[in-house]
Design a protein around this ligand. Structure first.
Ligand code: ZN
Length: 218
C-alpha cells in the first residue's frame, strides 16, 4: 500500500495540528522508509517476480525488521518518544506510535501472506493486491477520506499552501497509478528510487504544510 498509508498521515493532522505533515507521513510510512535501507545493506531480502500479484512485481522474501508487527510496535514507541523529546509535544506520542503500527494493518490487507508478526514466525496477508480494481477502490477511497479530513482541518495561508499542496495531492496519485505492475530491472532499481521518493515526499509535504495553518473553525 502507498497512498493508503499517506491517507492516515493526512487525517492525523486533525488530532495533532502542531505536527508537520512530513512527520506524520514519515510515521505512517516508517516501515517503507526503513525497508529500502535494510534492502540496501542486505539484512532484508526482496525478489523481482513479475505476476506474483497483479499489483506489484515484488516478492517480499524477508523483511522482519521493517515489517513485522513486533518490530513496528517497537519502532512506533521509538518514533513517538523521539518526537516528544525533540518537540515537547506530549499529546502526539500516541498518535505517532499508532501511525507507525497502522502500516502493518494496511499492508496486511494488501500483501500476500508475507507479513510476519515477529521475526521468523508465521506470515499473514489478505492479498488484496491480487486484484487491481479492488486495491484501487480500497486505497483511493482511503486516500480521499484522509485528504478530506486534512483539508477540513487546515487552510492555506498563501498560494504555496494552496497550489503546492494541490500539486502534491495529485502527484502522489499519479506516482501511485504509474507504479502498478512495474517490474524494476535490479534490486538497486528498487531501493534507490524508493529512497529518493522518501526525500522528495518529505521535503514537499513539509514545504506545502508549512504554508497551511490549522483552521480556526474546527
Ligand atoms: Zn510497507
Amino acid at each position: 500500500m502507498f497512498v493508503g498509508h499517506l491517507a492516515l498521515g493526512f487525517a492525523a493532522k486533525r488530532v495533532t495540528p502542531r505536527a508537520s505533515l512530513a512527520v506524520l507521513f514519515a510515521a505512517a510510512q516508517l516501515a517503507d522508509i526503513l525497508w529500502p535501507v535494510f534492502i540496501a545493506v542486505g539484512i532484508e531480502q526482496v525478489r523481482i517476480a513479475p505476476g506474483i500479484t497483479a499489483f506489484t512485481a515484488l516478492d517480499f522474501v524477508s523483511y522482519p525488521y521493517s515489517h513485522s508487527l513486533v518490530f513496528l510496535l517497537g519502532w512506533g514507541v521509538v518514533f513517538g518518544v523521539l518526537y516528544r523529546q525533540l518537540t515537547g509535544d506530549r499529546a502526539a506520542v500516541a498518535v505517532m506510535a499508532a501511525l507507525v503500527v497502522s502500516h502493518w494493518v494496511l499492508d496486511f490487507l494488501t500483501h500476500r501472506p508475507d507479513m510476519p508478526i515477529y521475526p521468523g514466525g508465521s506470515t499473514f496477508g489478505l492479498g488484496l493486491w491480487n486484484s487491481i480494481p479492488a486495491t484501487l477502490i480500497v486505497e483511493l477511497v482511503l486516500y480521499a477520506v484522509g485528504l478530506w479530513v486534512y483539508v477540513r482541518a487546515t487552510e492555506a495561508r498563501d498560494r504555496i499552501g494552496r497550489w503546492g499542496f494541490i500539486a502534491l495531492a495529485i502527484f502522489l496519485v499519479v506516482v501511485y497509478l504509474a507504479s502498478i505492475g512495474v517490474a524494476p530491472s535490479s534490486i538497486p532499481g528498487i531501493y534507490i528510487p524508493a529512497l529518493a521518493g522518501v526525500i522528495l515526499l518529505t521535503v514537499w509535504s513539509w514545504w506545502a504544510d508549512r504554508h497551511r495553518a490549522p483552521r480556526r473553525s474546527v
